[in-house]
Design a protein around this ligand. Structure first.
Ligand code: SF4
Length: 217
């Protein structure tokens, strides 16, 4: 059996998607004019809510359990939720963002967006992502060629055209109930739990990546 028809575990599938994501983005930004304005230590985009598909939850779960001290992630998440819940309208805002991303509800109102923006992601530590190698596709795709202050202020900016990796991951878990297809990143454990117990065809995945994003596996 050649690699092109190999069966991939969910973990191997998300790794392959992440690799394709990184390679495609590297190609897109290499000689881009104007150049990328993101820089180490700029973490404005890490103060916006991030959503993951179950496959990504698996990658985050693996990273957390393999490389962080036991209580660190739960403590960070508890701190995050406490801050979020102290903001009027923030919990509703996260729900509105999620249903909108799932195509099940209208765009969040400016008030709902304002309520949820500005809280540090639980995985942001000293302006660094502590799950960087496993960070969600939504984070990988967030590249600015514009004034980074726009990321801070949650206003539209000139960035990468969305290569839709998130959509690829969602497609691979398409047989899950709708409300199990997307989670806030801090619910990575629940996300990882609902990954279907099946193997993915590497050929199907490569074809999907080519069709959706023009990636060359
Ligand atoms: S997961 Fe990492 S890159 Fe994504 S928002 Fe959180 S800290 Fe930032």
């Amino acid at each position: 059996m050649t690699d092109r028809v190999a069966k991939l575990s969910p973990f191997e599938a998300i790794e392959r998607i992440q690799d394709a994501c990184d390679r495609t983005i590297e190609r897109a930004v290499r000689n881009h004019q104007p150049p990328v304005t993101c820089a180490i230590g700029c973490a404005h985009c890490c103060r916006q809510p991030v959503f993951i598909t179950p496959l990504e939850g698996l990658a985050v779960y693996d990273r957390v359990t393999r490389s962080l001290v036991d209580d660190f992630a739960p403590q960070q998440i508890a701190k995050y939720l406490k801050e979020l819940e102290s903001r009027p309208g923030a919990v509703d805002g996260v729900g509105a963002l999620k249903t909108n991303l799932q195509g099940r509800g209208p765009a969040p109102t400016p008030e709902q967006r304002a309520a949820v923006y500005g809280v540090n992601c639980p995985f942001l530590w000293k302006k660094t992502c502590i799950i960087y190698g496993a960070r969600p596709l939504m984070c990988r795709e967030h590249i600015s060629f514009d004034d980074v202050g726009k990321c801070k202020r949650d206003v539209p900016f000139f960035g990468l055209d969305k290569p839709m990796f998130h959509e690829v991951s969602a497609w691979l878990t398409r047989d899950l109930p709708r409300n199990h297809s997307l989670f806030p990143v801090w619910e990575y454990e629940q996300a990882a739990e609902v990954v279907p117990d099946r193997m993915y065809s590497s050929r199907e995945l490569d074809e999907l990546l080519r069709w959706k994003i023009g990636s060359q596996p």
